[in-house]
Design a protein around this ligand. Structure first.
Ligand SMILES: [Zn+2]
Length: 220
């Protein structure tokens, strides 16, 4: 039953168990209304989950949230920022890691300063900036790697059949047609080797297969 001024609710009794506001930790005792006088947050006197029963509960609740936040956001963000090395190169990857660390420090500071709107806006910005594009590029990385393996197998098979490498890749049928525009070069050298180059996110960061060196990536 809701509390009124005429019928004091149990939470207003001085012998009632400790209760603290979930928003500002004000001690909720002897109140005529189920509402925190400090911050205005309403609570349900019949629902223990609408208040904290101890300050320690508040601390453990906060720790749980931080842990969930770390697992839910920092790990995917960090994983995607590191993955960016393979898709868009070392400089972009380092920039994303730096942005992620700096951005999350600002998020933590704005949480401490109790500016939730800024914290959430920044959190959302960081996640959207780092995660979706890198996940998309990761899918493309897997697709292109498997296409490259088929291309290399095609070139080697061609040589086994005809005694020389194919002059171009026109005889190869792409498994995923979208991969064609990401294959940058196929070259046969006068020394009898061949090289295949393709990119994921930016043309300046090529993955490659060179017959006498094996698989490689641009900075190596
Ligand atoms: Zn409060």
């Amino acid at each position: 039953m809701p509390a009124t001024e005429d019928t004091p609710a149990p939470f207003s009794s001085p012998t009632a168990p400790s209760r603290y506001c979930r928003r500002c930790l004000y001690e909720l005792h002897g109140l005529p209304q189920p509402r925190c006088p400090e911050c205005g947050r309403a609570f349900d006197p019949d629902n223990p989950a609408s208040v904290y029963t101890s300050k320690r509960q508040h601390t453990s609740d906060k720790l749980k949230r931080v842990l969930l936040y770390m697992l839910g956001l920092w790990i995917p963000e960090f994983f995607c920022a590191v993955l960016a090395y393979e898709t868009v190169g070392e400089v972009c990857s380092k920039m994303l890691i730096l942005l992620m660390v700096a951005g999350n420090i600002v998020v933590a500071l704005s949480l401490l300063a109790r500016v939730p709107l800024l914290s959430w806006a920044l959190l959302l910005f960081l996640v959207l900036l780092i995660v979706p594009r890198q996940l998309y590029l990761a899918a493309r990385l897997v697709m292109l790697q498997s296409e490259a393996e088929r291309l290399v197998a095609y070139v080697q098979e061609y040589k086994r059949g005809s005694g020389s490498y194919p002059p171009d890749l026109s005889g190869y049928r792409f498994h995923f047609e979208i991969n064609r525009k990401h294959v940058q070069r196929y070259v046969v050298t006068p020394t009898g080797e061949f090289g295949l180059f393709w990119y994921i996110g930016t043309p300046g960061t090529s993955h490659r297969y060179v017959s006498d060196q094996g698989w490689g990536y641009y900075p190596d």
